[in-house]
Structure formats: C-alpha cells, structure tokens
Design a binder for this molecule. Structure first.
Ligand code: GLY
Length: 396
C-alpha cells in the first residue's frame, strides 16, 4: 500500500515536472507570455511575503488602503488559488509552501451554509491544493464544503439559493454557475451521485430562465419557492435589469463551458457557444477586447473597463477552444485578450500595485464599490488562462 502510494506520488511529481518544463520552454519562445509569467511570479512572491495567511488581499480602495477578504468573503479563496497556480506555472516550491499556509487559514469555510459561493471559496483554494498535492486532508475539507453548499438546494425550485439578503423570495444569480464544477468533482470523488444531480438540475433551470433571446443573461432570477416558477428578472451589479453586465456574461460562458466538459451534454455546449458569440460579436466590445463593466453602460466609450471579466472570458474561451471543432476562433480571441492584459496598460509593473497583477477591473459599480481597481479574482483567472494557454500551445 505504502509503496503504491510512493510510486503514485513519484508519478505525479514527474507529470508536474514535465508540464512545468513545457511551460518554461514556451516562456522562452514567446515574449509577451514570458513577461506575463515573470511579472506575475515576482508580484506573487512579494505578495506572499507581505501578506499574512488569513488576510487575503482583495483589492485596493480609492484611499490606497488594501481591502482584505476575511474567510466569510466570497473572494477569500482567490489569493491562495493564485499561489497554487503560480506554483504550477513556475515550479518554485516557495509558492507551494505559501499556498498551503494561505489555504489552511480558510479551514472554517467548509462549514458555511450562508452562501452559495463555496465553489469560488473552496475549489480555488482547497481544490487546487488537492489537485496538486493529493493530500487527504484537503479532500476532506472539500467534501464537507460540498455538503454545506447543497444544503442550499431547494427541490421545488431545482436550484441552489444564491443569497440570504435582499428582497427576493429565492434569488439565483448567473454567477452561481461557477459553483457547479465543485459539485461534479465531489460526486466523482465520493462516488455519490447526489451532488451531480443537483448541479445538473441547477444548470438546466438556469438554462431555462436566465437567458434572453440575444443570449445575454439576467444577473438575478427570483423564484417562487412553492411553484418553482421564475417571477422576477433583475440586476444587482449591472447597469439595469435588461442590460448585459460584463462579468455576468463571463460567468455564464465559463459555467456552461465547464458543465459541457464534465458532462458532454450538447445543450451546455450550445449555450456556451451562444454566449461566446454574444460576447465576441458585440458592437460595443472595445478593440482591445477588454469589456466595459456593462455592455450597455450609458457612458461608453468613457465607462470603466472590467479586466476581471476579460480574464474569465479568456480562460473560458481557451477551455472552449479544446472542446469544439472550430476551436481556433476561440483560441485566437483569448490570445488577443491575454496579450492585451499583459501590456503595461493592464498588467502592473513588478513591485507596484500592492503586488496585485491586473489593473482596470470593476467589482460593483452601482454600489460604488471597487471601480477601476485591482481584484483578486481577476488575477486568479488571468493566471488560470495563462496556464491553459501554455498547455494548449505546447500540444500544437
Ligand atoms: N460573484 C460576485 C461578482 O462577480 O462580483
């Protein structure tokens, strides 16, 4: 048993090393990619030294102070997740050590039942930790967290409830599509299909009610808990109920792409392709492909951009490019986004920007919160996209 475990650990190490040497080889070939990796590595090394576990940097406030994500914050898992991704990209064991410390400081999150964001909070931190180390203690946290997440499922509605605040009977936001991969993984890991069934139910109900004729999505759909019918279609972070909030479109694209990858259900692929079309052909997408915070923002071209939406779109499109015959068009679009995000306009210089990577992100404009700033989830999806890009290029 022990010797099998030993052989498996060695095998895992060899796989990681081969992947890293491929990515490093590419970094030597390609200027913008090489710069992006080097700057990100330098920034994250400084950040890991500067910040303390449990105190995850989230964004920079207008007064220059750092906003931290405590464990109850939906963004708490992104900084530990970024450290794991950087360990994968660089092979530097320092990042592994630091990633473990920042991850383990989120131990209480697995018990939270007040939020649907456990996919973001746990799968980016503990999910990457388990993927890269195969340590049982991380797997146990994920299993407990998945049980907390499904405690929010309502059979009448067929969805996981998003928020406990606000005027809605049963709010479901498009962002919630991002938590489903965590449940699919849990079913495979526990060999219990209940998590999988809940994820499918949620994805199908969202498919029914969240999308408009033009394939853009509402942010919030409010359901009647007795009849299960959708009763209100609104926004919380977008410009208006009928507008296309950029990050919401990005969450939908990413969510249905990963649902297709895990289930091979053609309906999910069709939806992902339609969302991609909406985004890529939008007349108000700027030339550099970094969207305004809302495609219907009133003051375009002077509206703030959202580089976090761009990073999520890039990562999703790279995944999509590997799942369809016409993948090149998605790959090329994602490459353009990544090249542009890696210019001085969006990527901070090493040592600056409180050690965050990307600039010009917008969190919640209607709430006057985190406008044209850095966001830890922008950095996470940027790194994930860089990793996916490196892997795809090497196979070509
Ligand atoms: N899930 C919240 C957001 O995208 O801002």
């Amino acid at each position: 048993m022990t010797s099998n475990k030993h052989i498996f650990t060695k095998f895992l190490l060899v796989v990681v090393l081969i992947q890293l040497s491929c990515i490093n080889a590419l970094a030597n070939k390609n200027d913008w990619y090489s710069t992006a990796i080097k700057v990100s590595e330098a920034q994250l090394k400084l950040a890991a030294k500067h910040y303390t576990p449990g105190q995850n940097p989230r964004s920079i406030s207008p007064n220059g102070l750092i906003r931290y994500a405590h464990p109850r914050d939906w963004t708490c898992g992104f900084f530990p997740g970024s450290l794991w991704l950087m360990y994968e990209l660089s092979g530097d064991k320092y990042f592994k050590k630091q990633a473990a410390k920042f991850t383990e400081a989120l131990d209480t999150v697995q018990y939270f039942t007040h939020t649907h964001d456990l996919g973001f909070m746990l799968f980016c931190s503990y999910g990457n930790a388990y993927r890269l180390t195969k340590k049982k203690k991380y797997k146990n946290v994920l299993h407990t967290g998945a049980n907390s997440l499904i405690s929010r499922f309502n059979k009448n509605v067929g969805c996981i409830r998003s928020w406990d605040f606000g005027p809605w009977q049963f709010p479901v936001i498009v962002d919630n599509m991002m938590n489903l991969k965590f449940l699919l993984w849990t079913s495979a890991s526990t060999k219990n299909s209940k998590y999988h069934k809940i994820a499918i139910s949620h994805a199908n109900k969202t498919l029914e009610n969240h999308f408009r004729k033009d394939n853009s999505s509402y942010h919030v759909v409010n359901y009647d808990t007795i009849t299960g019918k959708a009763i209100d279609f609104q926004t919380h972070q977008g410009y208006s109920d009928n507008s296309a909030w950029a990050r919401g479109q990005a969450w939908g694209l990413y969510g249905y792409t990963s649902m297709y990858k895990e289930t091979l259900d053609q309906n999910y692929l069709n939806q992902a392709l339609k969302i991609a079309d909406f985004i890529m052909k939008h007349p108000r997408m700027p030339k550099d492909k970094i969207p305004y915070w809302d495609f219907d923002a009133p003051n375009i071209p002077h509206a703030p951009r959202d580089a976090s939406a761009a990073a999520v779109i890039a990562s999703a499109l790279l995944e999509l490019s590997t799942l369809t015959k016409a993948g090149e068009v998605y790959f090329n679009y994602a490459e353009d986004i990544l090249k542009n995000l890696s210019t001085d306009k969006y990527l901070a210089k090493a040592g600056s920007n409180a050690y965050f990577l990307l600039k010009h992100c917008t969190g919640n404009l209607p709430n006057n919160s985190e406008i044209d700033t850095t966001l830890n989830y922008a950095d996470y999806y940027y790194l994930e996209a860089l990793k996916r890009y490196g892997t795809i290029k090497e196979y070509k």
